[in-house]
Design a protein around this ligand. Structure first.
Ligand SMILES: *[C@@H]1O[C@H](CO)[C@@H](O)[C@H](O)[C@H]1NC(C)=O
Ligand SMILES: *[C@@H]1O[C@H](CO)[C@@H](O)[C@H](O)[C@H]1NC(C)=O
Length: 312
């Protein structure tokens, strides 16, 4: 019950919290509002000397201003006019409020002098933004930004307070909702989602995927340039800007290590095979039709993790 009440309060909060502003001083302006929200429409300059004007919604007059004073009944809280700055406010927006509005001005003799229109369009506000990051096989990072609800969402990114550059992006651009960051990128990443009525952002501290760039020449002349997982790297001793010549002994050592690892692996496999063969024989002898004697041992778990690390 409390949860339901809480949710209702949140929903109401969302609907009532959306206030938008629109400059309605030019013909054909498009104004945006959210259901349940409020829109402030600037109809005139505060300095405007237009003696009289009407605001019509589908041919019904909703505002009548003479010498900066509203002659219309504004006891209804829905419509408010601020003569000081020529702003018209519509609160508790509902579907009927959308559509075309016409502003008619009159000269001091009461003749129509000008007329212009604006449109009020509804958009569902952006509600919740989700940011998901994931390391890819070469140490790049895919980051996806998505929003729930929200009409015509537009995305934008910042890293440590500035827009993302091409040097940091492997794919996507500053307006995509899915981007791939290069291996070296880390920092404070923010995705903002906006439409005409509101904007919501989500931030995340982004770490590198733990890859380092190898650029070195082996003694046999082979040139290696690639990104490798730092913790699993056996290619060069350390990342380097210039070429490093790995000495013969180092190469021999790494070959030896590799060989030893291979032999160990094979021995392990043989051991596992013998163990299972022996176990199978044993169960057959006992003749108990138990399939899962030691379930823990019958499953080989292979864990592959890609760690992330922050340089900070
Ligand atoms: C106009 O005046 C009202 C009341 O003082 C204020 O709430 C509103 O923000 C003002 N709007 C602009 C565009 O200055
Ligand atoms: C690798 O190092 C060499 C020598 O410093 C440099 O000329 C080359 O541009 C580097 N390669 C890459 C891909 O950074």
């Amino acid at each position: 019950m409390e949860a339901v009440l809480g949710l209702m309060i949140i929903l109401l909060g969302v609907a009532h919290g959306v206030d938008t502003y629109c400059d309605g001083r030019q013909d054909g302006a498009q104004c945006y509002g959210a259901l349940g929200g409020t829109v402030d429409i600037q109809l005139m300059d505060s300095t405007s000397e237009i003696p009289r004007y009407h605001l019509l919604k589908d041919s019904s007059k909703i505002l009548d201003v003479k010498h900066k004073k509203s002659l219309h009944d504004t006891t209804e809280n829905k419509f408010l006019f601020f003569p000081s700055n020529g702003t018209f406010r519509i609160s508790s927006l509902n579907r009927n409020d959308s559509g075309k509005y016409t502003l008619q001005t009159f000269d001091s003799d009461g003749r129509t002098s000008d007329e212009w229109t604006f449109k009020l369009i509804f958009q569902a506000p952006v509600s919740s933004v989700l940011l998901v990051s994931e390391c890819l096989s070469q140490g790049e990072m895919r980051v996806s930004c998505s929003s729930e609800g929200g009409d015509s969402p537009q995305y934008s990114w910042t890293l440590d307070g500035r827009t993302l550059t091409d040097a940091e992006l492997l794919s996507g651009n500053n307006k995509s909702n899915n981007i791939i960051l290069k291996q070296h990128v880390s920092g404070h990443l923010v995705c903002s989602v906006r439409n005409h009525v509101n904007s919501v952002s989500k931030e995340q501290r982004i770490c590198t995927c733990g890859f380092i760039f190898i650029n070195c020449t082996l003694s046999d002349g082979t040139h290696i340039t690639k990104w490798v997982l730092a913790t699993k790297n056996t290619l060069c001793i350390k990342p380097t800007m210039g070429p490093i010549t790995v000495s013969d002994t180092a190469l021999d050592n790494s070959l030896l290590l590799c060989g030893l690892r291979a032999i160990l692996g094979i021995l392990l496999l043989i051991g596992i095979f013998i163990y299972f063969a022996w176990k199978k024989k044993k169960t057959e002898k006992v003749a108990v039709p138990q399939t899962m004697d030691y379930p823990d041992n019958s499953v080989l778990m292979v864990e592959m993790t890609t760690s992330t690390s922050c340089n900070a």
